[in-house]
Design a protein. Structure first.
Length: 497
């Protein structure tokens, strides 16, 4: 897992590296600039293009000056640096790089006021005005300057973070910072990049290594971790010799209704392909033919309004909710499962039932896994106007109720009872289609059945679900839920030790 750091922690990592490694602060800045330029050159290899580099007077601006130098050395002839002189304060490394620039042949313009700034003819803009040192929203001259830069409608590359964008914390819809085409950020992605609001600030981002002390970075106390493929490979267990269906657990999927039987089929299909030893679908009579015709390996437990799950302990995982329908009978069924006090996987309509019965939320069995999307989450725990606040609530509720909350989005947040948030990096917009959540629920159920802990099951499921979608999206505009369910086993195979 990559530990994600706040801006303050990044500054500490910077100081620690300078104090403990044989590297001076100005050389660390040079390394960062070089790493930026490497990516920039890969994206914009045409040295005939003209580049305008806007530099503030802090270290972000210092990076910009070093980048100007490097681009000149890499054959870009048409480079112009705009020094934003709105404050007297300047950082020491900015001052060193400004002197270096003054000794070079690079063109430089000093901007004392936003109105000094006239039409810029450059093909590309590099934004190094303010970086992670941002301490308040842009206003006055900075806000005006940024507005003018955005109005140029040029391709903007931001250094480390778009000017005006908070690297962590609440993001509001009235964002007035730089709108970047790409942000090339240092050592770790910014926590804010995982929130949907970040699309107002940058279309994409790429992280570059700048030589900060990795051990120090990794050991920082953090609430946010980014899951990596190597973590998944470490958690996944191979199928053992002499094992049998009993080894891999029995999953029960309580799902489907007359008009939403597909949800039960998708969930069961995903559970099957993720390796549960046995899968039983608890569905209404009306779905039996469909189930038997499409998923012969899955057993049926026909459901009517009086159904209770007799002997729930015979299942190693019980998931409830996909396409279930909301009714008094289903409410009673959920309540009876809670009474058995076994961890459950709770999705879709089971979540909607809970949002109508706040008293039941208090009775969710510990170690259960809830898989809400944004709307389901807000129905359960209250309206939120931004993702930062929503995630804080998810974190707090996970700790309070001792449950795992899988808050679904392009980057899904897995909130654990230990207060940590594990961010899933896989998945893509081609997967934005009905049924995808049902598949995720089936995958989680299969991992729980195979005796992974609730947290690991959720982390594994989100990763392989997204990874399967990513592989399918390589040559597809849209990826359907059943395609993901069917391919999942092949993807897991590539990651099992
Ligand atoms: N690990 C690190 O921390 C490294 C950081 N580097 C660069 O250093 C940057 C951070 O540099 P600094 O801490 O000098 O800060 P910045 O260069 O981001 O900002 C400079 C100063 O602007 C002022 N300011 C903040 N918000 C403002 C606002 N809304 N309006 C007007 N002024 C405002 C603050 O006084 C701040 O110190 C990073 O983003 C990165 O580009 C790199 O040089 C190398 C390593």
């Amino acid at each position: 897992m990559q530990t994600l750091l706040t801006s303050t922690q990044m500054r500490l990592a910077d100081e620690f590296t300078i104090a403990n490694k044989p590297i001076a602060s100005i050389d660390l800045m040079e390394t960062a600039a070089r790493a930026f330029v490497k990516v920039f050159l890969r994206n914009e290899f045409d040295t005939n293009k003209s580049v305008a580099i806007f530099c503030g007077k802090g270290n972000n601006g210092g990076d910009g000056l070093a980048i100007a130098h490097l681009l000149l050395n890499n054959g870009y002839e048409n480079i112009k640096v705009y020094v934003i002189n709105f404050s007297k304060k300047k950082s020491a490394d900015f001052a060193i790089n400004l002197q270096r620039l003054d000794e070079s042949r690079c063109k430089k313009v000093v901007i004392d006021r936003a109105t000094d700034f006239k039409n810029i003819k450059a093909d590309i803009i590099i934004d190094a005005i303010l970086g992670s040192g941002l301490n308040k929203a842009l206003e006055g001259e900075y806000a005006e300057l940024v507005k003018q830069i955005n109005n140029l409608n040029k391709k903007v590359y931001s250094v480390d973070v778009p000017t005006g964008f908070f690297a962590e914390g609440r993001l509001t819809a009235d964002y007035n910072g730089i709108v970047a085409y790409k942000t090339i950020c240092f050592q770790r992605p910014k926590i804010s990049f995982f929130f949907p609001e970040s699309k107002l600030a940058t279309k994409s981002y790429e992280v570059v290594e700048i030589g900060l002390d990795e051990d120090f970075v990794q050991k920082q106390e953090s609430e946010f971790y980014l899951v990596e493929k190597k973590d998944i490979e470490k958690i996944l267990k191979p199928r053992e010799n002499f094992s049998h269906k009993g080894t891999y657990g029995h999953a029960l999927i309580i799902a489907g209704n007359s008009n939403t039987m597909g949800a039960a089929l998708l969930s069961s299909m995903a559970c099957l392909h993720t390796g549960a030893g046995l899968t039983t679908a608890c569905i209404p009579q009306s779905g039996l033919i469909a189930l038997n015709a499409t998923l012969p390996e899955v057993m049926a437990l026909p459901r009517d309004e009086y159904t209770r799950i007799e002997n729930p302990t015979k299942y190693q995982a019980i998931a409830i909710g996909p396409g279930l329908g909301i009714s008094a009978e289903h409410e009673r069924l959920l309540e009876s499962l809670f009474a058995a006090n076994l961890p459950l996987i709770i999705d879709a309509d089971a979540l909607n039932i809970l949002s109508e019965r706040p008293d039941l939320i208090e009775k969710i069995p510990e170690q259960s896994i809830l898989t809400p999307h944004m709307k389901e989450f807000d129905r359960l725990f209250g309206e939120h106007s931004n993702w930062w606040d929503r995630l804080q609530t998810a974190k707090n509720q996970s700790v309070r109720l001792k449950i795992v909350i899988v808050l679904k989005n392009q980057y899904t947040f897995v909130c654990s009872p230990n207060g940590k948030v594990y961010i899933n990096p896989t998945g893509n917009p081609a997967m934005a289609q009905g049924g995808m959540g049902d598949v995720l629920t089936g995958i989680i159920a299969a991992f729980v059945a195979q005796k992974y802990s609730s947290l690991n099951a959720a982390i594994l499921a989100c990763f392989v679900h997204g990874q399967t979608g990513d592989q399918l999206a390589d040559d597809k505009f849209v990826v359907t839920a059943s395609q993901v369910a069917k391919e999942i086993s092949g993807v897991i195979k590539t990651m099992v030790p």
